[in-house]
Write a protein that binds this ligand. Structure first.
Ligand code: PMP
Length: 445
């Protein structure tokens, strides 16, 4: 792979060498570096258009990385790009004061997402999560937060725990030990956290019985997309809802990935379970950098009454609000989600058939517009299963063989394949043709 990749990515090699002088790791986020699977170096991108990317060496890719999620409408969606450019022309970019377009964007999000009566826009998913957790603590006057192994909620100290850590350190599955996800996190914070295995109703109910009245919030992805893709077992989200309510703890759905992806109202609409607080980012701005913290009137009350200060110089700037408003309009097209889910399902079904024909232990989990191909001979229900049973080496070979055939997604099995709302039937046909060859080659290597 390395020899073939170096041959076709010579200009990327040059840019990587240059970038590494002035940018640590040669890229702006660690998820784009060699350490996150972009071996021997990532392709440097020349442009994105619709469902396609072209790199500086002229290689074209059908793009299922989609910026790690935000490009839900594909690259350079004409409606959103035009709306942002027009808004900058009309208003400027940033005032440090409110303005009407901000209300319009907020009204559309409130209209779309069942658990959101009020919303504040901010800059990244990590910021939104940090606000949500502190707001839950402020609202309840409690300290403990329950989070789940293998979920990622951004890089802030309060939540940067127990995501793809060393299984040896993580303790028993029914009573995990909080382990920081990297160095620099104050270990004292472990006293403020309870970490649990996901999709495990017994351990959740047991812990809530013991300490439920100390718990400020339970934070969860509504379907896990930071350990590949794992859907909730039937009834699990409703159980989280019922038991948090019983003990007066707030339920936070981190919908940074799931928001606007399964349905316009997010996973909460799709699964029919409404949280107290919701964090959004990625799909929200159709590719422009914007995030949001939203919730019920009760959950947002401290902010509304000025008793909790949520601030940010760039919050709700013109670029963000124009992008949100236009994206919400595009996503309102009748039948859009049904059509796209059907397209994504065709890809998923195709991959199921191709792996089965070749006798490969694999299965696809997900919901059309985002899924993962697990190379495993048993169902993966949580991070413990993933680290024990999923064949990482096979995933790497599959990724590499697809990259050489012009299909791009993240090299780690713990990420996912995103299908945008502008991928086409011919994209799927081409991808399945490439996959047929790539799977055969990946098994042989
Ligand atoms: N929450 C979830 C569920 C995420 O997937 C991510 C990013 N992958 C974040 C929070 C953090 O968002 P951001 O990268 O915008 O800070």
């Amino acid at each position: 792979f390395e020899i073939e990749y170096e041959r076709r990515a010579a200009l990327s090699r040059k840019l990587f060498t240059r970038a590494s002088q002035v940018i640590p790791g040669g890229a702006g986020s660690s998820a784009r570096t060699v350490g996150f699977g972009w071996h021997p170096y990532p392709p440097f991108i020349a442009e994105g258009r619709g469902s396609r990317l072209r790199d500086v060496d002229g290689n074209e890719y059908i793009d299922y990385l989609l910026g790690l999620g935000p490009m839900i409408l594909g690259h350079r969606h004409p409606v959103v790009t035009r709306a942002v450019a027009d808004a900058i022309d009309e208003y400027g970019t940033c005032f440090g004061l409110p303005y009407e377009l901000e209300i319009e964007a907020a009204e559309k999000v409130v209209d779309a997402v069942p658990g959101i009566d009020q919303v504040r826009f901010t800059n990244s998913g990590s910021e939104a999560v940090g606000t949500a957790v502190r707001l839950a603590r402020a609202t309840t006057g409690r300290r403990l937060v329950i989070r789940f192994e293998g979920h990622y909620h951004g890089w802030q100290d309060v939540v940067y725990w127990s995501n793809h850590v060393d299984p040896e350190l993580a303790g028993p599955a029914d009573q995990p030990r909080p382990v920081p996800s990297g160095p620099g996190v104050p270990l004292e914070l472990s006293d403020t956290l309870i970490v649990l295995s996901w999709n495990d109703p017994e351990s959740f109910v047991r812990v809530m019985r013991e300490r439920g009245d100390e718990v400020a919030a339970v934070i969860t992805e509504a379907a896990v997309f930071n350990t590949g893709c794992i859907l909730p077992e039937p009834g699990y989200l409703q159980l989280l809802r019922d038991v948090t309510r019983e003990y007066g703890a707030l339920l936070i759905f981190d919908e940074v990935i799931t928001g606007f992806r399964f349905a316009r109202g997010g996973a909460q609409e799709y699964f029919g379970v409404t949280p107290d607080l919701t964090t959004l980012a990625k799909g929200l701005g159709g590719g422009f950098p914007v995030a949001a913290i939203g919730g019920t009137l009760d959950a947002m009350r401290l902010i509304a009454e000025g008793r909790y200060s949520h601030s940010g110089t760039y919050n709700a700037n013109v670029i963000q609000c124009a992008a949100v408003s236009a994206t919400m309009d595009v996503l309102a097209e009748p039948g859009l989600y049904e059509r796209q889910r059907a397209l994504g399902d065709r890809l998923a079904d195709g991959l199921r058939a191709l792996t089965a024909e070749r006798g490969i232990d694999a299965y696809v989990e997900g919901l059309g517009t985002v899924f993962q191909l697990w190379f495993a001979n048993r169902p993966i229900k949580n991070w413990r299963d993933a680290s024990a049973y999923a064949d990482e080496a096979m995933f790497t070979r599959w990724f590499q063989e697809m990259l050489l055939r012009g299909v791009l997604f993240h090299p780690l099995q713990f990420e996912n394949l995103f299908v945008s709302l502008v991928h086409t039937d011919s994209d799927i046909d081409e991808t399945l043709t490439a996959a047929a060859d790539a799977l055969t080659a990946a098994v042989r290597r």
